[in-house]
Design a protein around this ligand. Structure first.
Ligand SMILES: [Zn+2]
Length: 273
């Protein structure tokens, strides 16, 4: 009887230890590891291509209501830097707003596929009819929208910024070329870099980075949190083969030039390493 009881206790003990080991092993998997501030996100091909949900990712948080009129997500480190910038902007008379923060692969695909297949008009045109050549059509869409899997907005580091005081459409360069819009843009150029922000899409793509034929047009509203984004860009460029476009309309046609759109950014947004 004692022997039976002793073996039962031993057996229970062994299974308890086994259970607790399993629990420890679960805790230790990198996927579930809590992200700590200032290190950013674990760099995987899936993350770089925006194939994750920022709503359930521990290194992301929602943008506070005072900066956005809708629910959006942002990398925690980016938000910390943005709030410091916003505080300073307030002293200069500008209430910062985030028009667009993180957009993942799925969100970007909805925009892209709609434009590619003609459900969403581009400049009033159904591109599936006016540009039957897929590569030409992709390049037309790329004047204003990123391909899914290639947008810096996937990373939680890039923001389309506006201010309550600035009248005029937010995603239009002309808004930032005169009056209060120009004052605001000049203020950002002079102060945002001190908080880690750079402007990836300056001037014309041909002048921005010699040797690259393609790239986005100037976007005075688009700012990037460089300490994280430069790291992600470097990782992206190292993994181009694995990041070739796939899973959306016209992906094959776009594979010849997608890397130019990712890499052709202002040198102030590149890594120093
Ligand atoms: Zn943007």
């Amino acid at each position: 009887m004692f022997r039976l009881c002793a073996s039962y206790v031993l057996l229970s003990l062994v299974s308890l230890i086994a259970l607790s080991c399993e629990a420890d092993a679960k805790k230790a998997t990198p996927r579930e590891k809590k992200q700590t501030s200032s290190h950013g996100h674990e760099v995987s091909v899936e993350f770089l291509a925006g194939k994750f949900s920022p709503a359930s990712d521990t290194s992301f948080t929602s943008v506070p209501n005072k900066y956005s009129t809708r629910r959006q997500y942002i990398a925690k480190d980016t938000l910390q830097a943005f709030e410091a910038l916003a505080k300073e902007a307030l002293h200069a008379g500008f209430h910062l707003q985030i028009v667009s923060a993180t957009r993942n692969f799925v969100t970007q695909r909805i925009i892209w596929d709609g434009k590619f297949n003609g459900q969403r008009k581009v400049g009033g045109e159904d591109l599936s009819k006016t540009l039957p050549n897929e590569a030409e059509r992709a390049l037309k869409i790329l004047e204003f929208s990123s391909m899914p899997g290639t947008s810096r907005h996937h990373w939680g580091t890039d923001l389309d910024i506006h201010a309550l005081e600035v009248k005029g459409p937010a995603l239009t360069n002309a808004t930032f070329k005169s009056g209060t819009g120009l004052k605001f843009y000049t203020w950002l150029v002079n102060n945002a870099p001190r908080h880690g922000f750079c402007q990836p899409y300056t001037g014309s793509p041909q002048d921005r980075n010699s040797g690259m034929k393609h790239g986005y047009q100037e976007e005075r509203w688009h700012w990037s949190y460089r300490p994280l984004a430069a790291k992600y860009l470097a990782a992206y460029e190292k993994n181009l083969q694995a990041l070739r476009p796939q899973g959306f309309a016209g992906d094959k046609a776009a594979s010849g030039f997608f890397s130019d759109f990712v890499s052709n950014v202002d040198t102030s947004c590149k890594s120093n390493d």
